[in-house]
Design a protein around this ligand. Structure first.
Ligand code: CTP
Length: 397
């Protein structure tokens, strides 16, 4: 995913430095060109050879190292960078960066670098919560740096509290957000629904479907990488809510209906990927329920069609994309839904096809608009999300 991108990793003197080795490895696996810059103190926590082995690039530590090909290193890596992440960022380096102090390889490079700066502070809770550190962080944010809130927990110094560096997977998501995509959805509010809804039969049992939520979560993540303000309304899934989204968990179709209607008025784009249960069990009077007979309680009524309601309320400039899961006559049925529900786009797939549908990691989607039918290849749900949003962006601009 990061082919052709240059990532600078600044590593400072904090025990969390060991986690940055995993991050460097993840970035290399995504084909990024990774250059690590360490402070002298950082080398007490982790050996530069670890990073050199992982990245294939010399670790930059001392500005006046004589053993290098002749280039002004801090300037040449700074100008090649697509992003500069300092992780872990110690209180000392945060203070230097906030005040323009450049007295080693890491801080001189940061000062020379025009690329987005991301900091992952990691330190003792008392150091983090000291007013001077908070002021320095605020100052850096004011200069445009992204500061990742430290996690809370047991710290290596023995204290418990805020100050832990987030896991490498989280740091990677911040790098993706900074450089993976053009910000072609900046300023747009995107509302995504995902996952299954559950309709209670009684306090113990419920009716639901096989939706995993993967497609909707991939769409939410992709929209956030493109700079959108994303709201993700999700039924219960086993997935971790994506970063950079406002996450609204729901259970029933009614909960989803209410959450979506509340968010809809100032929304620009709706991607309705949830598999809403079409029917819910009706409430049946206790005396009518025959013991041990499911059929007596499973009288069903239709749930409100959320997408159709959005189609009715839609005003100029709002873009509605639905999803349609079919087992036969996929294109005809999907086109009917597009017309009937007043949609701008519908993404259809055939549940009977291998590699498409609910619980797979891939999808084979046909995208229908009023004018055309576009068949996307069989790709991962992440790639499908990218291609769907490319089509949406072309049609809103
Ligand atoms: N949908 C919805 N609210 C419902 C049912 C469906 O918003 N109560 C949305 C789905 O999220 C999806 C689209 O409508 O984006 C199509 O859903 P689907 O179940 O494929 O079609 P239906 O219109 O419900 O028709 P049918 O079940 O007869 O195929």
């Amino acid at each position: 995913m990061l082919k052709g991108k240059t990532v600078l990793l600044g590593v400072t003197g904090s025990i969390a430095a060991y986690k940055t080795a995993s991050l460097a490895s993840m970035l290399v696996k995504q084909h990024a060109d990774v250059h690590v810059l360490m402070t002298r103190n950082a080398t007490n926590f982790i050996n530069p050879i670890t990073f050199e082995t992982l990245t294939g690039n010399k670790c930059l530590i001392d500005t006046f190292d004589r053993n290098f090909e002749f280039k002004v290193s801090h300037v040449s890596v700074a100008s090649a960078a697509d992003v500069f992440m300092v992780a872990p960022a110690s209180a000392d380096v945060i203070a230097k960066l906030a005040n323009g102090i450049a007295d080693d390889m890491l801080t001189t490079t940061a000062l020379a670098c025009e690329a987005p700066l991301i900091l992952a502070p990691a330190m003792n809770t008392h150091m983090l919560l000291k007013q001077v550190t908070l002021d320095n962080i605020k100052k850096l944010e004011g200069y445009g740096a992204e500061v990742i809130a430290p996690a809370s927990g047991y710290l290596a110094c023995g204290d418990t509290g805020a100050g832990k560096m987030p896991e490498p997977e989280t740091l990677l998501q911040y790098i993706y957000k900074a450089i993976l995509r053009e910000k072609d959805l900046a300023g747009k509010k995107v509302l995504v629904t995902a996952g299954p809804t559950q309709e209670a039969i009684d306090p113990v049992r419920f009716v639901t479907n096989h939706s995993s939520g993967k497609m909707g979560y991939a769409l939410a993540r992709e929209a956030s990488f493109r700079g959108a303000d994303v709201v993700l309304v999700s039924g219960k899934t086993s997935l971790t809510p994506p970063l950079f989204t406002k996450f609204i968990p729901v259970v029933s179709a009614k909960d989803m209906y209410d959450a979506v209607m509340e968010e809809f008025p100032d929304t620009d784009i709706v991607l309705k990927a949830a598999a809403v249960a079409d029917y819910r069990p009706m409430h049946v009077a206790e005396d009518k329920i025959k013991k041990n007979s499911a059929s007596s309680v499973l009288e069903m009524e239709r749930t409100d069609d959320i997408l159709a309601e959005l189609g009715k309320q839609k005003r100029d400039g709002q873009f509605l994309c639905g999803f349609s899961m079919e087992t036969k006559d996929m294109l005809e049925h999907s086109r009917e839904k597009l017309e009937k529900k007043n949609l701008d786009m519908i993404c259809a797939n055939n549940l009977k096809e291998q590699g498409a549908g609910f619980e797979t990691d891939t999808n084979h989607i046909s995208v229908l608009t009023r004018e055309e039918t576009i068949s996307l290849p069989l790709v991962s749900k992440e790639e499908a999300a990218r291609q769907i949003l490319d089509l949406v962006v072309d049609r809103i601009s």
